[in-house]
Design a protein around this ligand. Sequence first.
Ligand code: SF4
Length: 466
Amino acid sequence: MSTEATTHPTRVADAKKVGMVSLGCPKALVDSERILTRLRADGYAMSPDYAGADVVLVNTCGFLDSAKEESLAAIGEAISENGRVIVTGCMGEEADAIRAAHPQVLAVTGAHQYEQVVEAVHEHAPPSQGPYVDLIPQPDIKLTPRHYSYLKISEGCNHSCSFCIIPDLRGKLASRRIDAVLREAEKLVAAGTKELLVISQDTSAYGVDTKHEMRQWPKGPNAREVRAHMTDMARELGQLRTSDDKAPWVRLHYVYPYPHVDRVIPLMAEGLLTPYLDIPFQHAAPSVLKSMRRPANEAKVLERLKKWRDICPDIAIRSSFVVGFPGETEEDFRYLLGWLEDAQLDRVGAFRFEPVEGARANDLPDPVPEELKEERYARLMEVTERISSAKLEAKVGRTLPVIIDEVGEPDEDGDIGATGRSQADAPEIDGAVYLRNVPETLQSGDIVDVSIEDADAHDLFGVISD
Ligand code: SF4
């Protein structure tokens, strides 16, 4: 994913301008937002294009080799288009590789080194000083549309999955204070966010490092003690109110199925939490999970999925899986396919195993040949698409709440279409609901009831219900 900052007008005519190219996952996007918010507080303006920028920041992703290539290409493009480039983010940990490919970069800083990246901008494009500097605080910068926002609750990870180098790049789990998380969520909702996407490396582990420290929330006479814990956080987020006095949609991403996850399911049934869980299972075969060294790798997941569905029948489960992990046998792979048939997940993302430089999985014996990875990937996609089609087909005839992402222009008959998402669809990674013939007054961020008329393998189609 690549996101460029939108224009944020400044009242400082001669303010220095910063361009931003943000690559990688939603966590990196949140880092980009924080860096830009800091820079704006220091008097910088944002440039929507390369040409107008005094300096360009490239926030890189260094997780997979393919992401590193994309990062190096983005740095190269920024150098040829602008020439004054500062690199930050996960790939910043590999400053030598970046400098070898692009010796012209002005500075390289790593992930979460907000201070260093801001300092580098000050050094290479010193902020304008003058009597017209605008000291009125402005809202935080967001790189997502106004109606949904990522809420990052912690950084780093205490696990050591053998294919992953995130704990080396980002360190051990460091949870934010619960009152700080809730205050940020409250501000986002007050500014128009209708959907909060809770992210971290391991959302179920939130607060483990701070021993689930208690804080007073909210300020004032209604203050109560709230724990830094996924369940308490979810309950509090569900009690926020949008400008139209509704609960925001709250989605939990990167949830590992620890036993306490069972306690958030009743919150979904109560309407405090969106009935959606993103659980990166990665595999199902015990021997593969063991060599992946996955956390919360326990056998009773299928039973628990069934119980969750009994409590909250509409719960949508999304997951991702890796095929072709070293040592994965045909039997392991068939076990995974059988497990998927039983689990009936709503949304599945699949990846062919790709070695990540520095990961221990690279030293495992029995690598799976590329052609076999491709073949298994195709077989897995066939199964998951069939399941997804049947699940979506079962929604035809129902009326579902849909959040609008985009409203189109009238066609030759004057009809306007719109794209939105049901509660089972997170932005960017899941499917969409396509609406036919919507009123002109419809806007992105509106939540409307939609009669579902059709479905395909990934998306739904319908009209606003009367
Ligand atoms: S849980 Fe595993 S895959 Fe996820 S960040 Fe931690 S080490 Fe990496």
